[in-house]
Write a protein that binds this ligand. Structure first.
Ligand code: MG
Length: 280
């Protein structure tokens, strides 16, 4: 038998073995090493070829666009992903805007139909131009995760206000690391990673909520913990709640506009940062 024929037979046998045994045989063809040390407290070796590959996600066609696994909450046209809590928001030129408040009227916040726990959120907002009023009455809105934890939206361009209430603050707790605000009338981008709090079976707090946030591409909160729910003029505390809840956009009586809003639900592994808690 010629060498090539032998090779062909060996190849056919290998294919049969793959079909019989299944994926473990395929794994032998994956790049990696089997003579490397085991990673601490792990079932995987260094450069283990059997370690599952990351899921493929197709990024958006341009920076800031929704990737393939995102839940789009506003695409510039439809408010279908939201429940208005008062008056209807206005949609015009690819943006949605907080409606004017009727004299004596209440808030018209938007609440997402879907509930979320750990998420990556992208959102773009625009403060009213020309600016109206000052301090907390100038371009105030907010992203309220789980309808409890607010990251502030404010026109903070040359606008003095208390530091823990400026744009990018964990409202009433942590000012942003810096203030990278654009001028009113310009679109600004928020990219936020929110980690929900964890509660034990008795409702005890196991881990607080955390936030990492970029405003206009600049880091403003780096996995900063929340002391509790957001409360004006008070220190909020934790009370056990569900693992998922809607995202709310605040109406603070300022005609703030929004566009290009999407979120990605994050797996448990994304919120496990401590070495001890690393997902194996
Ligand atoms: Mg606010």
């Amino acid at each position: 038998m010629r060498k090539q024929e032998l090779k062909n037979i060996a190849w056919a046998a290998a294919v049969a073995a793959v079909i019989t045994i299944g994926s473990p045989a395929i794994a032998h063809d994956r790049p990696g090493f089997r003579d490397t040390p085991m990673l601490p407290d792990s079932q995987w070796r260094v450069h283990d070829p059997d370690r599952p590959y990351p899921e493929v996600v197709t990024p958006g066609p341009v920076p800031g666009a929704a990737p393939s696994d995102a839940v789009v909450l506003f695409d510039g046209q439809s408010l279908d992903a939201w429940q208005p809590q008062g008056g209807a928001w206005m949609v015009e030129d690819g943006a949605m805007t907080v409606p004017p408040r009727a004299p004596g009227g209440g808030e018209s916040s938007l609440v997402s139909n879907e509930s979320f726990g750990d998420v990556q959120l992208h959102l773009e907002f625009r403060s009213p131009n020309p600016p109206q009023s000052s301090s907390q009455d100038r371009g105030n809105s907010g992203i309220i995760f789980m309808q409890r934890y607010e990251i502030q939206i404010l026109d903070a361009y040359e606008n003095d206000t208390y530091a823990d209430g400026t744009v990018g603050s964990i409202y009433g707790w942590k000012p942003p690391l810096v203030n990278p605000s654009r001028a009113p009338g310009e679109w600004q981008s928020y990219d936020i990673i929110f980690e929900r709090p964890r509660f034990g079976p008795e409702g005890e707090l196991l881990r607080p909520a955390f936030v990492t946030a970029f405003l206009n591409g600049v880091l403003i909160q780096n996995r900063q913990a929340w002391p509790g729910v957001t409360v004006w003029r008070q220190i909020g505390t934790y009370e056990a709640h569900e693992d998922a809840a809607p995202i709310q956009l605040q109406d603070h009586d300022s005609p703030v506009s929004f566009r290009n809003i999407w979120v990605r639900r994050l797996p448990e592994a994304a919120a496990s940062h401590d070495f001890e808690g690393e997902v194996k």
